[in-house]
Design a protein around this ligand. Structure first.
Ligand SMILES: NC(=O)c1ccc[n+]([C@@H]2O[C@H](COP(=O)([O-])OP(=O)(O)OC[C@H]3O[C@@H](n4cnc5c(N)ncnc54)[C@H](O)[C@@H]3O)[C@@H](O)[C@H]2O)c1
Length: 312
């Protein structure tokens, strides 16, 4: 139980590799684009060195020790040899994922756990073509998983409880924070909550209630301040003298009244959206230079926040 295979070496595959290396696992990366897996290794090497220099390297091992556990493979059978856990990270396309898992099933032992990184496809669709679905589940990361540690574990209706348990233990051991969904649902939990926030933010701007800049401040300087440490349930529990029940007695009617005033699902791409996009681009132009600079800033801030959370 020491080897993990990553299938697909893009943004998420590389980040998962770093997470599992930090836990001391042998990590084998496979990609069907020749040379892609080996260039991922070069990128990971650079990243681990930089993290070590910044004092942000995760785990007990040095970057050199972690890199010694990493290998790239252009042959799938070779990549799967010895693995007890497979984390699939290929394109977000149902047919591609289904065919990748069918190939893997032919080559991997029956007790190997097959886990998908899919953001938006339900496990019953991803694994529908397989013979043995009891060892399959979705482990949905948040980008970038190296700094944002939540992983949603979503079972297929046939997934064995022991498979979810082993995956939960693995994710915890490598320093991620796994949560279990009791059954599959479109969008899982994180994206359903995120989409509710996106929809209401969009409606408020589109209806002329607030600017793009200010709705982002509502999250980053308001709700987000608490949510980095306590969720909506605990927030309510703490915000009334006698806890959650008291909170709902005081505020439940008001919450229901406001909820009935929420508008329909926005169009997001129609004429009404152009002004919102322009307003955003005036704040941060959408050329690669500006976006890249803001992404670097975001990742640095996330790194600092991850450190702060570790200390609490
Ligand atoms: N990027 C995100 O923010 C994010 C967050 C959470 C989950 N995810 C999920 O992670 C998965 C990967 O996303 P990404 O952003 O890393 O994509 P990406 O495009 O950066 O990387 C995909 C990689 O898969 C490889 N690939 C494609 N088909 C393959 C096949 N048949 N066999 C082997 N390798 C193959 C490609 O060559 C590429 O290197 C997707 O399912 C995505 O929904 C992404």
């Amino acid at each position: 139980m020491t080897t993990i295979t990553i299938i697909g070496s893009g943004l998420i595959g590389r980040s998962w590799a770093q997470v599992f290396l930090s836990g001391g696992y042998n990590v084998k990366i496979y990609d069907n684009q020749p040379g892609q897996a080996s260039s991922a290794i070069a990128e990971i090497k650079k990243q681990l060195k930089e993290l070590e220099e910044a004092g942000m390297l995760r785990g007990q091992l040095s970057s050199a020790q972690q890199l010694a556990l990493l290998s790239s493979h252009d042959d799938l059978a070779e990549a799967l040899e010895g693995a007890f856990f497979v984390q699939e990270c290929v394109f977000e396309n149902l047919e591609v994922k289904q065919s990748v898992f069918q190939e893997i099933e032919k080559l991997a032992g029956t007790d190997v756990i097959l886990s998908s990184s899919t953001s938006c496809l339900v496990p019953s669709a991803v694994f529908s073509g397989l013979q043995n679905r009891s060892r399959c589940l979705v482990s949905h990361p948040v980008n970038p998983p190296y700094y944002v540690k939540l992983v949603e574990l979503v079972p297929h209706p046939e997934t064995a409880a022991a498979v979810v348990e082993t995956t939960h233990q693995l994710m915890t051991k490598v320093g991620q924070v796994p949560v279990r969904l009791k059954r599959e649902i479109d969008g899982f939990a994180l994206n359903r909550v995120q989409m509710a926030i996106i929809a209401e933010s969009w409606r408020l701007v589109e209806d002329g209630v607030i600017s793009v800049k200010d709705i982002d401040l509502v999250m980053s300087e308001g709700l987000g301040m608490r949510y980095a440490f306590i969720g909506p349930m605990e927030t309510m529990h703490l915000n009334a003298p006698d806890g959650l029940e008291d909170y709902m007695k005081r505020y439940g009617e008001g919450i229901k009244r406001v909820l009935t005033s929420f508008g329909p699902i926005p169009d997001f791409v129609g004429d009404g959206s152009k002004e919102i996009v322009n307003e955003m681009c005036e704040l941060i132009p959408s050329d690669q230079q500006h976006l890249a600079a803001r992404r670097v800033r975001r990742d640095q801030l996330l790194m600092g926040l991850a450190k702060l959370k570790e200390d609490h």
